[in-house]
Write a protein that binds this ligand. Sequence first.
Ligand SMILES: [Zn+2]
Length: 361
Amino acid sequence: MRNLIALIACSCVVLSASANDPAPAAAAKLAASVSKPASLSLPSKEAMAKEAAKESASIKKESPARKAAPAPVEDDKEQEAEVALSAKIAERLAELRERQQARATAAVRAKKAAEAKRREEEKAAAAAAILAATPKRGTVWSYEGELGPANWSKINVDWAKCGMGNRQSPIDLRDGIKVNLEQIGFDYHPSSFNEVNNGHTIQVTVGGGNFITVGNQTYELQQFHFHRPSEERINGKGTEMVMHLVHKSYDGKIAIIAVLLERGQPHSLMQTIWDNLPLEKNEVVAPSIVIDPMDALPEKREYFTYMGSLTEPPCTEGVLWLVFKQPRQASPAQMALFSRLYPLNARPVQPTSGRMIKESN
Ligand SMILES: [Zn+2]
């Protein structure tokens, strides 16, 4: 009878524990209370059944009076109940053990996955550190995607100004100070030239002897090239294309004249350049004719001026910009031809950062 009460108590604990999805500690405690030797590991189903059988056998042996007792119907029933209960408890414990094992297996798997992830992260961090320590000397850039304007400064350490500069070009020309700007002095002549499709634009290098004078400084024309659409904006508005004429002073100062291009009449100078386009990229052709850079200029010579930078890597600052207010025209066919080669080769507008913009009255 004492055993029966103990087993019932046990089963109550087991059942109530199972209702609450017992923690491993509770299960261990339960196992200890059922299996005689105090152990933290749960007994197997077979062990429990054996234990229960042993219990019932000992019960039988326990009281000699029971052997002598006539018609032990009550005892038999009690024993059956005990065996049934023992089996139930063993079954429940086995279930608990399985759940515990499943939890343990899941925990091991999760730990392994976390380990693997940590190792991957360490490897990636080490690779990034090596990359960060190596000065970047990339030379390839473009106007879109990974190598586009937003990343120019990351491609080459010498191109840092493209990202960090505060006097960058192009800009939106607005809120200029209207003053009597001096006329730009032009000393341009018909000149020999060569041209190249350099992968970023069509660039024309002009023979020596073509000068401009501005601010008491003389600059010699080096080359001119094209962008589509125009990089400059005037009060937020751009044009379909722009021509940049790049000049250099004897002491290395740069002045760039921008001539905006809009649709209209054919542009004779542009036509000469297009007529002589090289067949291959980076192939320099030197036609046996001359061009007159004066043909690049608009009729009216009012302009905006501000201090900026090259609009392509390395984005060197200290460039004097002179942007004519009046655009020149080019025919739709001439525009279309360039757009087949360069549908987009313009750097986005950069912050003005409080720079002074002056404009002709
Ligand atoms: Zn340019």
